[in-house]
Structure formats: C-alpha cells, structure tokens
Design a binder for this molecule. Structure first.
Ligand code: NDP
Ligand code: 8X3
Length: 257
C-alpha cells in the first residue's frame, strides 16, 4: 500500500455524496485537498470539519465544471503548493429525469452531457499534462453501472456514463508508457442527493428508489477509491463494478417486502 500523506487530491463534486465522502477518507489519511463544486457554503462546511478533525490543508474551488474557460482559469491559477495535483477524482455528475428518450427534456440532456462528459474531459485535459510532466499521478473517474448498459428512461444518463467508460479506457491507453494510473469505478445504487437531483427535488420519488433495500453509501465508494489509489505503483485497477448486495444489475433489485 502506498501512502497519500501530503499528496494533493483534487475532488470534483465534493459538496455532497460520494465526493464528500472522498474528502473525509483522504483527509483522515493525511492528504491535502482541493475541493471543487458549485455550492461554496457546502464546501466550506466540509473544509471546516476536516480542518478541525484532521488539521487538513484544504483549498476550495467554487467551480462549474461545465464552464471550460472557468476550469482552465481555476487550474492555471492554483497557487504554487497546490499546482502539483497527485490524484484527480472526477466525480462531479448528475442525472436529470427518467423520461423516455422521444419525450425527453433538452435542458436535462444538455446538463448531463455537459457535466458528466464535457466537465470530466475539461478537468482531465487541464490537469493530466502536468501529471505527465512530473511523472506521477492517478485519475479516478466515477462512472456507473449505467455505463455498462441502458435501462428504461436512463437513455442519456446511461450514454453519458458509457462515455465515461470509453474515456477512461482511452485515457489509460493514451497514458501507456507513463506511470500515470487510470481507474473507473462503476457504482450501482448509492444513496446520496443523486435521486433528489434526478427528480428535480421530489424527495418522495427519490426515497422510493432505495425503498426496502440496503443501498451503498458514499463512504462505501470512497473506501474503494482509496483502495484503488493506495495499491502499489505497478498495480492499475482499471475498472471496478460495485453494487449493493440487494442489486444484481441496473434493473434487478431485491426489496425486502
Ligand atoms: P450527489 O448529487 O450527492 O453529488 C453530486 C456532486 O456533483 C455534488 O457535489 C455537486 O455539487 C457536483 N456537481 C454537479 N454538477 C456540477 C457542476 N456542473 N460543477 C461542479 N460540480 C458539480 O450525487 P453522488 O455523490 O451520488 O454522485 C457523484 C457521482 O457518482 C456522479 O458522477 C454520479 O453520476 C455518480 N454515480 C452515482 C450513483 C448513485 O446511485 N448515487 C451511482 C453511480 C454513479 P454542486 O451541486 O455543489 O455543484
Ligand atoms: C447511478 C446508478 O442505476 O441510478 O449511476 O443509474 S443508476
């Protein structure tokens, strides 16, 4: 196992769910964190908690990953000690709606593609060249079980996560010959703000997704991210599918009544 003490870890989507949990586990292990999201106050709350509990050095970036110029400027203007990003966790993402494709909402589509695909590409494009120059780094992309096959109403979200899968595979190929590692994690059902966002704030619909089953938690996924990045440098975990015991695939779940 390799240590992440004093490593610089940039986490997108750190204001909630899986990204928030990643912040906690890396802070506990002594890493320094660049926390990225649009909701500054949520980032501040996490930063305050981590600083208090683990004396973590934290740099906050209020950033919309869909905005290429903002991403470019934010990464290029990181102060000196923060420029050397060792681990990039491309986690920011969302689903919007569960409509049939032929009656889908254009804005929902734009939001998913711009965030899940283009945002991930922008972060990668602006950060990985320096990893290559320094000869060290690890990129962890949060894909989804949805990227392995579509499910009814999932259409564009599934397509965006299939893109994350292809981008991760392609990045690994393109970085072959460098020591940079690439991992894609593909979770099934994780109870976070994800379903609330998908259903535009409808908490009842969101709760129903996890009804009578035991979903994964953000901490479960953070634990796997941490596992992947702390393997020996010659070990690259390329993809990792993880589902709750109560889930077999994107459409088959076991509910306890
Ligand atoms: P949450 O909704 O809890 O967290 C999503 C995070 O992404 C938030 O911190 C949000 O922050 C951030 N985010 C969204 N859009 C942007 C943006 N344009 N720019 C910057 N940050 C953004 O959901 P999860 O933690 O569940 O989701 C994290 C990732 O995991 C996503 O990529 C999701 O697709 C994936 N995933 C989730 C699963 C699940 O069942 N929950 C299963 C498989 C994959 P803010 O709103 O403050 O910007
Ligand atoms: C999130 C999991 O099955 O809701 O990516 O698409 S699922």
């Amino acid at each position: 196992m390799i240590s992440v003490t004093d490593k610089i870890v940039l986490i997108t989507g750190a204001s909630s769910g899986i990204g928030y949990s990643c912040g906690k586990i890396f802070a506990q292990a002594g890493a320094q964190l660049i926390l990225v999201a649009r909701r500054q106050e949520k980032l501040e709350q996490l930063a305050e908690a981590l600083t208090k509990e683990f004396l973590t050095k934290v740099y906050l970036l209020k950033l919309d990953v869909r905005d290429r110029l903002a991403v470019e400027s934010a990464i290029n203007s990181l102060p000196e000690p923060w420029k050397d990003i060792d681990i990039l966790i491309n986690n920011a993402g969302l689903s919007r709606g569960l409509s049939k494709l032929h009656i889908g909402d254009f804005q929902d589509w734009e939001e998913m593609i711009d965030t899940n695909v283009k945002g991930l590409l922008y972060m990668t494009r602006y950060i990985v060249p320096e990893m290559v120059n320094r000869g060290r780094g690890h990129v962890v992309n949060i894909g989804s079980i949805a990227g392995r096959g579509a499910y009814p109403g999932g259409n564009v979200y599934c397509a965006s996560k299939a893109a994350v899968r292809a981008i991760s595979e392609g990045l690994k190929q393109d970085l072959l010959g460098t020591p940079i590692r690439v991992t894609e994690i593909q979770p099934g059902l994780v109870e976070t703000e994800f379903s609330e966002v998908r259903f535009h704030g409808d908490q009842k619909k969101a709760k129903n997704v996890y009804r009578d089953l035991t979903p994964l938690t953000g901490d479960d996924i953070a634990d796997l991210v941490f596992f992947c990045v702390t393997r020996s440098p010659h070990v690259n975990i390329s993809e990792l599918l993880v589902v709750p015991t109560d889930q077999a695939n994107a459409t088959m779940v076991h509910r306890h009544n």
